[in-house]
Ligand binder design. Structure first.
Ligand SMILES: C[S@@+](CC[C@H](N)C(=O)[O-])C[C@H]1O[C@@H](n2cnc3c(N)ncnc32)[C@H](O)[C@@H]1O
Length: 299
């Protein structure tokens, strides 16, 4: 994985414009990934603390930074969760932060090449889906150990999937009859047998079910809540927080947190409606299709 392998980060010019980068000021990239935003901020003269749970992402960005001769006076990299964002920032001398970016969810690299079963399009991969790769719960753990009711709840809540009950039933039946479900391909065929209609529709259901498993494995919604709350707390007055989300649950949560902080007069909303990518960007990077960007400013 090298930076040019990555899609250009979603809505990059907009993110940079909204962050209002100033020379030698401090910025946090809470979801470093391939470093797209971080290197752009550094290019504009800012200093960045980049955080990511994924050790592969962290190692690769370290390599790119070394190649580009970017030292730790410009880029500090921390492997960890943005759930501990405030402590990580303070530990690393990032006390006067002017801007924080969250690019939520899974990276193109994780989907396409991590080998961790994030995508239903990788039938041979094991059902893992852990960003950090170290926590105990994997997607296989959810699929094989959760009760029928628990599976139903995850699919209904996180995938907002109409066939949640049928799919949960089928999974429990299959694992009782055939034993452990380990691979993406096995899970796909169990789910697909429950679905009628075109392949495209079946793929959409699979994508939503995989998304729901990933949210559960990584406790994504509660983590976003913690990370954003700390980000808002630690921003300097006039500093901005930006969140890019890729599904409605994430976006609703971001909107709700921004609103609560607006009511408490801690934040001013900068984007009344979420900003979306335009057609040319979506054509180049299909992932941008579902992106919603929201920005707010600390009062
Ligand atoms: C959409 S990608 C970011 C892509 C990045 N903006 C770029 O330019 O390449 C999301 C990243 O967030 C990371 N991530 C997910 N949950 C996290 C968490 N709780 N704390 C820190 N990083 C997290 C993932 O490992 C992934 O690398």
């Amino acid at each position: 994985m090298i930076l040019s392998d990555y899609h250009r980060p979603v809505l990059l010019p907009k993110v940079i414009e909204l962050l209002k980068i100033e020379k030698d000021r401090q910025y946090l990239d809470a979801t470093l990934g391939g470093g797209g935003y971080a290197f752009a901020i550094i290019g504009m003269g800012g200093k960045v603390l980049g955080i990511d749970l994924d050790p592969q992402a962290v190692e690769q960005v370290k390599k790119i930074a070394a190649d580009k001769r970017i030292g730790d006076d410009k880029l500090v990299i921390h492997r960890g969760s943005f759930a501990g964002l405030k402590e990580t920032a303070l530990d690393n001398g990032f006390e006067k932060v002017r801007g924080i970016i969250f690019d939520l969810g899974v990276s193109s690299h994780q989907l396409d090449r991590s080998g961790r079963g994030f995508s239903f399009r990788k039938p041979d991969e094991a059902l893992d889906m852990r960003f950090a790769g170290t926590d105990e719960l994997t997607a296989a753990g959810v699929v094989n150990q959760y009760s029928k009711e628990q599976l139903y709840e995850i699919f209904a809540k996180y995938a907002e999937e109409l066939s949640s009950r049928t799919i949960a039933d089928a999974i429990v039946r299959a694992r009782t009859l055939r034993g452990h479900i380990n691979k993406v391909g096995e899970l796909n065929s169990i789910i697909k047998k429950q679905l009628t209609g075109e392949e495209r529709h079946k793929d959409q259901v699979l994508a939503r079910i995989y998304q729901s498993l990933r949210i559960e494995v990584n406790s994504e919604l509660s983590t976003i809540n913690r990370g954003l709350t700390q980000a808002i707390e630690m921003l300097q007055p006039g500093g901005r927080v930006i969140a890019l989300s890729y599904h409605s649950l994430e976006d609703r949560l971001v909107k709700q947190i921004f609103r609560e902080n607006k009511v408490q007069r801690k934040l001013k909303i900068v984007t009344k409606n979420p900003i979306r990518a335009d057609f040319p960007e979506i054509k180049l990077n299909p992932r941008a299709r579902s992106a919603k960007l929201r920005a707010a400013e600390k009062i």
